[in-house]
Write a protein that binds this ligand. Structure first.
Ligand code: PGA
Length: 266
């Protein structure tokens, strides 16, 4: 597999259902005060606020010409129409979103999203020229039973079904073992690498090596500033999807500056 430096690292903060739009502005401003150009040269840094915050975050980032990227946590599988409560990819593209999560484990668990639905969402995101972050990952039961590589491969195949090699090359896949999300129980770097490498190998088998070399693969699950350097030392891990720690600007900046664990800008 090609050397890791070809892929620019990505750190994305998944705020989940936290922060109203005032709080979102305050958090974005704190990140803007701390992060400097060198941080953004080294790493793509994105925030993924709730829908109701997106316009405020967009206005702040664009108005102040910040180099932060932003995106949404979910999208409707429908183009538009009578779908009360849903948000379309067209709306998110108009809000300048660069990224949209698809198939986060909390969507799979609490909203019963399956791979076919997630695949439809991925296609909507791509149709509007945004980058899907396809989330995959096994539960604790599956991890204990040992079938986690097969499960992740099935989620990957389902989520990417019908996409072209070029589309897959531009995508982000986030491996998030459910047992590590919000639990403080981070996967070991070796465990995370094993699955991320299997994801890249599968993409290579289906779409070829050049495609697999392009796809960015993130790890997510209890990432903090102090465990990030070891995670990023693994060859197939290109960044992190960060939940809880993304709500704390100091911790999030520390994660973004994983090359220098003491937190100075690179
Ligand atoms: P966590 O969440 O960092 O709080 O474990 C990760 C995620 O769900 O994306």
């Amino acid at each position: 597999m090609t050397a890791k430096p070809a892929r620019k690292p990505l750190v994305a903060g998944n705020w989940k259902m936290h922060n109203n739009h005032f709080e979102a502005i305050a958090l974005t401003q704190k990140l803007a005060f701390t992060l400097v150009d060198r941080d953004f040269v080294a790493t793509d840094i994105a925030v993924l606020p709730p829908f109701t915050d997106l316009r405020s975050v967009q206005t702040l980032i664009e108005g102040d010409r910040l180099r932060l990227l932003w995106g949404a946590q979910d999208v409707s599988e429908h183009e538009d129409g009578a779908y009360t409560g849903d948000i379309s990819a067209r709306m998110l593209a108009k809000l300048g979103c660069q990224f949209v999560l698809a198939g986060h484990s909390e969507r799979r668990q609490y909203h019963h999203e399956d791979d076919a639905l997630i695949n439809a969402k991925v296609k909507r995101i791509l149709d509007r020229a945004m980058t899907p972050i396809l989330c995959v990952g096994e539960s604790l039961e599956v991890r204990r039973a040992g079938g986690y590589l097969e499960l992740v491969q099935a989620q990957l195949d389902g989520g990417l079904d019908g996409l072209t090699a070029a589309q897959v090359a531009g995508m982000v896949v986030a491996y998030e073992p459910v047992w590590a999300i919000g639990t403080g129980e981070v996967a070991t770097p070796e465990d995370a690498q094993e699955v991320c490498q299997a994801v890249r190998k599968r993409i290579s088998a289906v779409h070829g090596d050049a495609t697999a070399t392009g796809t960015r693969i993130l790890y997510g699950g209890s990432v903090k500033a102090d465990n990030m350097p070891a995670i990023m030392a693994e060859p197939d891990i290109d960044g992190a999807l960060v939940g809880g720690a993304s709500l704390d600007p100091g911790e999030f900046v520390g994660i973004c500056r994983y090359r220098n664990p003491r937190g100075a800008s690179p």
